[in-house]
Write a protein that binds this ligand. Structure first.
Ligand code: GLY
Length: 588
């Protein structure tokens, strides 16, 4: 057994001990609930003590595209660690999965460095340009201008990904940024075969792409048709932009000729970026949200990602119920009621912590959850409008996630995005860069739904240089026996998908079953339960409707979850990519 692994195990057991201590004080009474599902001391599940028999384990990567998974594998094989591989996977995704992330985008990298037990979040979220104003997407009558926050350069925030690449390589990696970017540069320069999934996305956004000559040049045929699956797509300009980044680091993107081309192209298309906006962009290293549930330590992304806070809010509410003893309909009712309450908190309180005070300690505390739990009836849905307080309040597999475990026990859970499919659909001339439309993740107007139907308050209003609130939830779930690295795209559905994944992992489900599990979702407003076909049985539908839940079977599936699980005792590592997508999980 490698020494390092034993250290990891002992440390985890210490963490469980503190999680147990933190849980004392959750004693609650739920007289209204059947005794079988009352779970008054939520964290009383005994920690299993120090894991024993940890053995060497393989490395693993799960990402939304096989070529990105392979890019990460190449960098691990070249002596890189999980953080170098994260650069290689992200950059490759920017080339081969243009729907879902890219150089103009951003996201959150949750890292675990095993040598010093560091858990940290690299916040590479896009920022509003310095010229952004609160009402920039409203007309003179105060009404949202259709598509203004989703289409074209005005919808784009200042990119975060390239800065994250340099930060990851410099502070955490073993290889140079230049080396880790080589697989992506090759994929852009030599081309890659268009797969069925991206073929479908291009067809869906064809009209938008036609409005951007550079995007149409890369993603459509000369006659404006969608290229056949299997067509080799080459992106020479994107390769050159990646080369600039490889040679000069973040400066090669945020200053110099790339920055000049970006600003000129954005402004010519109606956007408001300046050279100063680009030059000023910095990633922020933030403390993750850390909590505990059923003896597991939960580590997740912190604001401006709402995922960690909302996930812990949900888990804390659920910690007072013994979900394993609840019948399936009651279990789902309780989970839905927890979702409703935690998403309401998202709408009221969450935004960019550099701009607004977020009561994180309150929202993630057991006592607060106890109050939330107290209003849950076991036999009745609570209409969202009866929950007090939103002064005024993100689906689909846009965005992408990958999970990495290296042989030294380092981990990465990263969720990155351009926001909607192909972002704003605009490719900046000369750069090969597709622009994000992450400005739509701000609350454009109080109580007005964004593209994901989410409502938001002033905490997430637009301001210059502010980061928009995200639903991204890259997460580690650590138990005395193993670890799960999890995350998914899916806009506002992300947090609840990770919640269901967490509950299922703690119930012993395999990685493959966790990613394929049929999903259900409630986000406070609209006040309805959205569910994938097969997620609810006929009995559960009858029961939940009888309790007053508004149910809506979704015509499509959501998410593209990428999960790695590592069992300490056997050394077994599983990597699973969601069957809803076309990704690949590899263990080697
Ligand atoms: N763009 C979706 C999110 O960050 O929540």
């Amino acid at each position: 057994m490698p020494k390092k692994d034993r250290g990891s195990a002992v440390r985890l057991s210490r963490l469980f001990a503190s999680a147990l201590l933190a849980g004392v004080g959750l004693a609650l009474s739920y007289a209204a609930l059947p005794a079988s599902v009352q779970h008054p001391v939520a964290l009383a599940t005994p920690a299993a003590g120090a894991p024993t028999g940890i053995i060497a384990h393989p490395a693993a990567i799960a990402s939304g595209h096989p070529l990105a998974t392979r890019a990460g594998q190449e960098i691990l094989a070249a002596g890189g660690n999980a953080f170098d591989a994260a650069v290689a996977v992200s950059a490759a995704l920017a080339v081969v999965e243009p729907c879902c992330s890219g150089l103009s985008g951003g996201g959150f990298y949750l890292l675990h460095r095993d040598a010093d037990h560091l858990d940290t979040v690299i916040d590479a979220r896009e920022k509003a340009p310095g010229g952004a104003t609160r009402d920039m997407y409203l007309d003179s009558a105060g009404k949202p201008i259709p598509h203004a926050s989703t289409g074209g350069p005005l919808a784009a925030g200042i990119p975060g990904e390239p800065a994250a690449f340099e930060y990851l390589a410099r502070k955490f990696g073993k290889l140079s940024l230049k080396q880790s970017l080589q697989p992506a540069i090759r994929l852009a320069r030599d081309g890659f075969p268009l797969d069925e999934r991206i073929h479908g996305v291009i067809g869906f956004k064809r009209d938008v792409l036609l409005r951007s000559p550079d995007a149409a040049h890369v993603w459509l045929t000369p006659s404006g048709a969608v290229p056949d699956a299997g067509t080799i797509i080459k992106q020479q300009q994107l390769a050159a932009t990646l080369e600039a980044l490889a040679n000069d680091g973040a400066r090669g993107f945020y200053t110099g000729h790339v920055a000049q081309d970006l600003v000129a192209g954005v402004r010519a298309g109606g956007g408001i970026w300046t050279l100063a906006d680009l030059a000023a962009y910095k990633v922020v290293e933030r403390k993750p949200i850390i909590g505990s549930y059923r003896g597991a330590r939960i580590v997740s992304a912190s604001p401006p990602a709402s995922g960690g806070v909302v996930l812990m809010d949900e888990l804390n509410i659920l910690s007072g119920f013994d979900l394993q003893k609840a019948n399936p309909a009651l279990r789902k009712h309780l989970v839905i009621e927890a979702m409703r309450r935690a998403y309401r908190d998202r709408a009221i309180y969450l935004g960019d912590p550099d701009f607004v005070q977020i009561p994180v300690a309150m929202l993630t505390s057991a006592d607060y959850a106890a109050g939330q739990r107290g209003s849950i009836r076991p036999d009745k849905a609570m209409p969202s409008e009866m929950l007090p307080g939103v002064e005024e309040p993100s689906s689909g597999p846009h965005t992408t996630h990958f999970s990495i475990l290296d042989a030294a026990g380092n981990r990465v859970a990263a969720t990155i995005s351009l926001n909607l499919y192909l972002g704003s659909g605009f490719m900046v001339p000369k750069t090969g860069v597709m622009l994000n439309n992450t400005m739509d993740d701000f609350s454009i107007k109080q109580a007005t739904q964004n593209a994901f139907g989410l409502v938001g308050g002033t905490a997430n209003a637009i301001a210059p240089n502010k980061r928009s609130l995200s639903s991204m939830t890259p997460t580690f779930v650590e138990t005395p026996h193993g670890v799960m690295i999890v995350g998914t795209p899916g806009g506002s559905y992300i947090i609840n998908m990770v919640l269901l994944g967490t509950l299922n992992y703690l119930d012993g489900m395999s990685a493959a079953d966790i990613v394929r599990y049929p999903r259900y979702h409630h986000q406070y407003l609209p006040d309805e339960v959205d569910y994938e076909k097969g997620a609810l049985s006929a009995d559960e539908i009858r029961t939940l409707e009888g309790e007053g839940h508004q149910l809506r079977e979704s015509s499509r599936q959501w998410g593209n979850m990428q999960v790695i699980t590592w069992d300490f005792a056997s050394g077994r590592v599983e990597a699973a990519s969601d069957p809803r997508g076309a990704g690949e999980g590899l263990v080697y």
